[in-house]
Every structure is written in C-alpha cells, then in structure tokens.
Design a protein around this ligand. Sequence first.
Ligand code: GRF
Length: 197
Amino acid sequence: MLRIAVLVSGGGTNLQAIIDGVKDGSIPNTQIAAVISNNAGAYALERGKQNGIESILLSPKDFPDREAYNEALLATIDSCNVDLVVLAGFLVKIPEQVVQKYSHRIINIHPSLIPSFCGVGYYGLKVHEAALARGVKVTGATVHYVDAGMDTGPIILQKAVYVQEGDTPEVLQRRVMEEAEWKILPQAIAMIAKEHA
Ligand code: GRF
C-alpha cells in the first residue's frame, strides 16, 4: 500500500482528482493518509474531512519564525508515516530538511510545460498570465519530482493544452486543470503506486 500525504493551499481540485482516483481504482494500492495545509481557508481541508481523511492545518502564523514552521512541517509529515508527499497547489516553499529527508519521494504539479513559465514568482494565475503575455499557442501541465530548486526536479509526466483565441488567464487556468492537471497528477501517483512494493 502506497501511503501519501497531500499538501494543499487552495480549493483542492487536484486533491479531489486524487481522492476520486483512489475511489474508482485508477490509482491502485494507495491510501491518502493525510491532507496538510498552511491555509485555514483552504477548501481542500474541507474536501479531506468530507472524505474521512485526516486534515491538518499547519499555519505559519502559529509559529515564531520560518525555521520553527519548517521543523513543525517536517515533524507533521513524519507523523503521517507516508511513502510519498504530493504537492497539490501548496504555496509554501518546501523546507530543505523535508526535501532531504524525502528525497525522490516528493512530487509537484505545476500548471505549465516546464521549463517554460516556472520558478520563483510563477504560481497559480501568474503562470497563465505569463503564457498569454508571451503568446504561446500551446501550454499545459507538468508533474515533477521536487528537489532543492523551484520547479527544477526530474519531470515525470507532461500534458499539452491548446491556448484558444480570447482566452483569459482564468479560462486558460481552468482548461489546464481540467484537461491536464487533474489527469496527469493521478496518473503519476498511479505509476508510483504500481512500482511500490
Ligand atoms: C493549480 O492551478 C495547480 O496547478 C497549482 O495550484 C493550483 C491548485 O489548485 N499548483 P487546487 O487547489 O488543486 O484546486
């Protein structure tokens, strides 16, 4: 059984795709051990609770400094006893101590075809604003392993999505989520679950 923790900051539509995949069997041999968020208002926490999954709020506001938060995040992930950490719109930079301890066991979904429109400052709607500003005809999403950099780890899966005439950043974001993110993130977890003894 592959045990996973899903780290979230927002609406949790990628988390929902994972939940649905575990339920329908397209993600085999996998258990979502916990949902962890930095954001008390993240609807993703509600999605976890609705599905009987331990949902943990770990807010930086409750810690004296970033180092204390980072240590608490590592301890919280450790307490979940997981094989894989999944970043599904988690907007906090993953602390070095977590990257080191869970080396090659952290994956992230990014809403562009890396190496385009990624790295510091490229998250959420900003990614799609940059893609539209550059005038690309094709964008998409990427699942990659997380290393010490920002969106720099080995790529696992990518899926292309066409930009359409008149797209706004919001419309494009939704299409990339529907056509790419919600497909390749569950697919990547399923691949890892199948390799997991
Ligand atoms: C998605 O756009 C994802 O690409 C990015 O953060 C957003 C998360 O959305 N990493 P949700 O919380 O999964 O709905």
